[in-house]
Design a protein around this ligand. Sequence first.
Ligand code: NAD
Length: 481
Amino acid sequence: MTAPLPLLIGGEWRQGGGTPFDSVNPADGSCAARLATADADDVDAAVAAARAAQDDPSWARMRPHARARLLHAMSDRIDGAREELARAQMADNGKTIRECRSQAAAAASVFRYYAALIETAEGEVTPQRGDAVTMTLYEPMGVVAAITPWNSPLTLEAQKLAPALAAGNAVVLKPSEVTPQVGRIFGRLALEAGLPPGLVNVVTGAGETGRALVAHPGVDLVSFTGGTVAGRHIAEAAARRLCPVLLELGGKSPNMICADADFEAAVQGAAAGIFGSVGQSCIAGSRILVEAPIHDRFVEALVAAAAEWRPGMPEDGDVRIGPLASFRHRDTVAAAVDRARAEGALVRCGGAAPDDPRLAGGAFYLPTVLTGLGNGSQTAQREIFGPVCVVLPFADEADLVAQANDTEFGLAAGIWSSDARKCWRIARAVRAGTVWINGYRDGSISTPFGGMKQSGIGREKGRLGLRAYSQPKGVFWRLDD
Ligand code: NAD
């Protein structure tokens, strides 16, 4: 048997102390890669390497334009390795090659964006009484633990690495055990780009490795993207040593369709909002609220649109969605639909694996539309993280806003209406970190992203994303005699 793919610690590749594990390709059940598992000693070594690299004057005193040059070099390396990165993600989580390629290209641009921000940054100086000034300096946090989920490592890992490095930190990245390959490639590219060894360390492994990292006293910030349950555990563990956390968690986002909306656009937007990425998107529009007079017609049209999202093998360039990311997750999604049936849901389409024999060896599941439930049902309240939506009728604007906000989550929301004032009122009333008006799932690196309520703490992306990895320091300087 070949040796497991090693960990990256202090610029060196080495085996881990834990039991190796396999990443399984969910499209056909084959082994995508065998990986080393980092135990507590490996995590300790990675944090120590990160600390040494972060403290080293060659990095700590590097001028912003020189740091930006390294980030540009990293971005060029990612561009050069786009196909390798895309294929690694596809093999690990079954995302279509089309989506993987576009995420690899976007990952390169995330590094360019943060390079540009630090090159063009301006300072804050405030006059004080007499001959004194106050300066606000933004200093690195130190060692950042970046813990990521399996749905989009290309995007989510780039979104943590780039701003953390731009702000002058060192990073220990713990990718999901389902998608361990992309992070290792990012680690290798960082070395190739000339980033000092130890600035990017990659420790593969499951929750145990993540727990060792969160508990490590040498970690100065935990930046976590994943489920709300793990997020809460991490916040509790970090609180014990007062370590700050940045949490990007789950959602159950409302996509709201008013009777005066462009009907066809809303149908297509609602379908793409939940079936895109097989619904394995934290911002998936999984609660579709439809104004009562158009509810039945909308459900019919949504079921017809769902047929355009038939899953297929991810390397097929024409396919819009692949399998779910793992067999275990496919079973979880199927169990959630069974529970919905038990709650009285009508399964309007899907609710099963596809019958195409070519897909029989993979973790595939059909786009599923559920009706007949209330917003208080478990199905409407719990994140399913699959291609499963529940369509709920609403009576008027007040009822719409009440239902949209009647959830523990607050990640995203969509509004479809031709009445601009109504769109504005709803956008202001809904408690969500991102709101789309007559669209859904658009994103841009320059717009802050994060959740309200149980969907998270803090914001990534944009200028705020750089601040998230910095700590301000006020300097009072008396210049009188
Ligand atoms: P998960 O919470 O199970 O795991 C995420 C990561 O945390 C993995 O690397 C895992 O090994 C690690 N982990 C698990 N328990 C841990 C612990 N106690 N301490 C330290 N590390 C631990 O999430 P997942 O199943 O990989 O991803 C799906 C979830 O991620 C969904 O809930 C989804 O909504 C969420 N998500 C959120 C965003 C966002 O930006 N808000 C983006 C993508 C995904």
